[in-house]
Design a binder for this molecule. Structure first.
Ligand code: ADP
Length: 743
């Protein structure tokens, strides 16, 4: 065991200083110490950078090499910690160093290492405290070799003992000399480690920033780019091998970015909120939109006025936002349209007179108009009497069962008659329900719309129609019965009319033959009366004369009656012969007036005959015309007591018209029809005054019919009458056929 000479120490220190790194230096120091002390094994533990642990740095003589370990500085039971902190050597005999990997060392010496004291240095533990802490007879705290004020704990060297005092002295000295170099080397080592760590950190950060999809740029006050990430480089930094197009795009981007920064600086600084920046994609040529987030970096990094700008690519975001905005607008527009349509639909629903209901797939009513609410509304807010509630429930049950059945079918629509009850008045309401399914785009039914048509009128009409049909059938039946009756009556009437006709004919024939028998004796009566009155058969006194006159008058009346009856009978029996001739009307008129004149004079009436000169000659039966005119004129004179009677003959289309006008008693309007009937004298009281048979007008009319003419009357009761005769120029062929037949 040699005490080191000065040269050896100098060599040793020089070699130590030349060690490539701290662990190398530590190993070298240990070898020297092993050499000096003859220790079998040795190791060096050093305070780590955090100054909280003693960490194994180098070991020698261990087989295998001990695993790396650390001892926390607060573990004051460890002699290694106590020695390191108190800067006092500690020696142990037959007691193991209580530490894994070092447990096999039972005789040992711990030598503290020092380093120049700095602000961060750990306080040195007083030697007395070290002795107190150890408190074991096997372990001894040795007097400190070098406890200088400027020294601070730096670590320990553990040597396997036993170590001689001289070796202890030498090794303490060696450690004291080596400690500053070791401290320097440790610092350097730590610094290098720190550099490595920082480099790693920087690389990681660079990688991180470069892998960001957003460009990140640091600029100075002059807006020059100091640093940028990869993405920013691609947008702003031109390289030598770039194409001219790309270069132009990059120049433009730089310009845009610089002007953006200048504007930002002018409008309140870089951090005045996010702003938008348009750049060009140099690869694609597309427009890119960025949101720039600027942070002033202050003095932490680079120049004081440096600004970090993060450019967030919001092109897609903006496009998406625009698209979203458009969609929102579309949805809003859609909403407005839908709302409008819904309002319109509601308006339509509310204004439709028919109840309308919409039901869902479970047949629940989800929508209905006012009309439907009156029938189906079970809202608790609406006050309903029990009867009304029962009606509403009944309606609901009928409608729901119809809808449920329909929902199960595949059909798209269904109509059915249903009898509901009107809740308000309890009146039955026949309706036709027309329902249709509403399907979604997949064709699944989602709702059913039902319209209820009020059939009250239709049902009433049907009822009326049925009643009408029944009535009609009854009527038809009655008509059939009546027709059968009528047919029977007709047959009977026909038979009766034939009978009457036959009887009439018989009567006429009887009268014709009888009148001849009657006329002969009456003529005799009249003739003899005339002879008597004329005094041919001797004188008659006034009384006899009067009686004779009355008798003659009665006989004449009877003759007239018989003549009339005979004429009528002849006409009716079709045995009135016609003797047609050209008849000048004025001649006939003259003859008639001569006959009538005595009567007119007797009654002192004005008598006027007016025959138009241009009246044509008519071809007719002269006697019949005379008879007609005589009948009418004698009536006119008979029924006129004062005033006048006139006859006017005028041309008429196809014949002649003769008016016999009087200012007599006139005929009541109600009697104008009756005067034409056989034996009809309308005013019995008055005609008795005037006499007559009641056959004149009847014969007149029949005669004229026979001649193809006609007669009409116009009269004002109390004022007078006008009988108008029409005569055709010739007797029509139908009437003439019987001329001369069976006279
Ligand atoms: P009679 O022999 O009674 O005149 P007619 O057939 O000639 O029978 O007339 C029927 C009735 O018509 C008469 O009884 C008379 O009441 C009425 N009548 C006819 N002509 C006239 C007349 N010119 N003025 C008033 N009444 C007349």
């Amino acid at each position: 065991m040699a005490v080191l000479g000065d040269r050896a120490v100098a060599g040793l220190l020089s070699a130590l200083a030349e060690a490539p790194d701290f662990p190398g230096a530590a190993s070298f120091l240990l070898t020297q110490l092993v050499d000096v002390t003859g220790a079998a094994r040795a190791c060096l533990l050093r305070l780590d950078a955090s100054q909280e642990n003693l960490t194994l740095v180098a070991a020698t003589g261990f087989e295998p090499a001990p695993a790396n370990f650390s001892i926390p500085l607060n573990d004051l039971s460890s002699p290694l910690v106590v020695s390191a902190l108190s800067l006092a050597p500690i020696q142990g005999h037959d007691t193991p160093v209580n530490r894994r990997g070092l447990a096999t060392i039972v005789n040992w010496l711990i030598l503290p290492m020092v380093q120049p004291r700095t602000r961060r240095s750990i306080e040195t533990m007083p030697a007395t405290q070290a002795s107190d802490l150890i408190g074991s007879p096997a372990i001894r705290v040795l007097p400190s070799h070098d406890r200088r004020v400027g020294s601070a704990p730096a670590g320990v060297v553990l040597l396997e003992g036993p170590v001689s005092d001289a070796a202890l002295e030498s090794s303490q000295e060696l450690i004291a000399l080596a400690s500053p170099i070791m401290a320097r080397m440790a610092t350097l080592h730590e610094a290098l480690e720190q550099v490595d760590r920082l480099n790693q950190q920087r690389d990681r950060l660079t990688l991180m920033v470069d892998s960001l999809p957003d460009p990140v740029v640091i600029t100075n006050a002059a807006n020059d780019i100091i640093a940028q990430n990869h993405r920013a480089g691609r947008l702003l930094h031109a390289r030598d091998d770039d194409s001219p197009g790309r270069r132009r795009a990059l120049e433009l981007n730089n310009l845009l970015f610089t002007s953006f920064l200048s504007k930002a600086a002018m409008s309140g600084g870089a951090q005045a909120g996010p702003r938008e920046l348009n750049l060009v994609d140099p690869d694609e040529g597309n427009d890119l939109l960025f949101e720039v987030l600027a942070h002033p970096l202050g003095e932490r990094v680079g120049p004081e006025d440096a600004v970090l700008s993060v450019l967030r690519d919001v092109t897609d975001l903006r496009r998406a936002a625009n698209e979203l905005e458009r969609q929102v607008q579309r949805v809003r527009q859609g909403e407005i349209t839908v709302r409008g349509e819904r309002d319109r639909l509601n308006l339509v629903l509310e204004n439709v007179a028919d109840p309308i209901l919409v039901t869902d797939q479970r047949s629940n009513i989800i929508l209905m108009n006012d009309q439907a609410e009156q029938l189906f509304e079970m809202d608790e807010n609406v006050e309903r009497t029990r009867r009304e509630l029962a009606a509403v429930r009944g309606n609901d049950t009928k409608f729901t069962s119809f809808i449920s059945e329909f929902a199960l079918l595949d059909d798209d629509s269904r109509r059915e008659r249903m009898s509901l009850t009107h809740p308000r008045n309890g009146i039955e309401l026949p309706v036709e329900v027309v329902s249709g399914k509403v399907r979604n785009e997949r064709g699944e039914p989602i709702a059913i719309v039902s319209v209820l048509h009020d059939l009250t009128k239709q049902v009433e009409n049907e009822r009326l129609f049925e009643a009408l049909k029944r009535l009609n059938n009854e009527l038809e039946e009655r008509i059939r019965e009546a027709t059968a009756d009528l047919a029977e009556q007709n047959a009977r009437l026909q038979w009766q009319s034939q009978e009457v006709e036959r009887a009439n004919k018989l009567k006429s024939e009887f009268l014709a033959s009888m009148s001849h028998e009657l006329r002969t004796p009456i003529n005799a009566l009249i003739g003899y009366s005339a002879l008597l009155l004329d005094g041919v058969l001797g004188d008659v006194n006034p009384k006899q004369r009067d009686a004779l006159k009355r008798g003659r008058a009665a006989a004449e009346h009877l003759l007239a009656l018989i003549n009339d009856i005979l004429d009528l009978a002849k006409i009716e029996a079709g045995k009135m012969p016609l003797h047609l001739d050209d008849v000048p009307l004025n001649e006939v008129m003259l003859e008639v007036t001569q006959q009538i004149e005595p009567m007119v004079r007797k009654k002192q009436l004005d008598f006027v005959i007016d025959v138009s000169t241009d009246c044509p000659v008519i071809h007719t039966d002269r006697t019949k015309i005379k008879q007609v005119l005589l009948n009418l004129l004698s009536n006119a004179v008979k029924f006129t007591n004062r005033g006048r009677v006139s006859v006017e003959a005028r041309c008429a289309p196809g014949g002649v018209r003769i008016d016999v006008v009087d200012t007599g008693i006139g005929i009541r309007q109600s009697d104008l029809q009756a005067i034409w009937e056989d034996f009809r004298q309308v005013d019995q009281s008055r005609t008795r005054e005037f006499g007559g048979t009641g056959l004149g007008l009847s014969i007149t009319r029949k005669l004229l019919e026979r001649l193809g003419g006609s007669v009409t009357v116009h009269s004002i009761y109390g004022e007078g009458s006008t009988f108008s005769v029409y005569l055709p120029l010739t007797v029509p062929a139908g009437s003439v056929t019987e001329v001369g037949a069976n006279v």
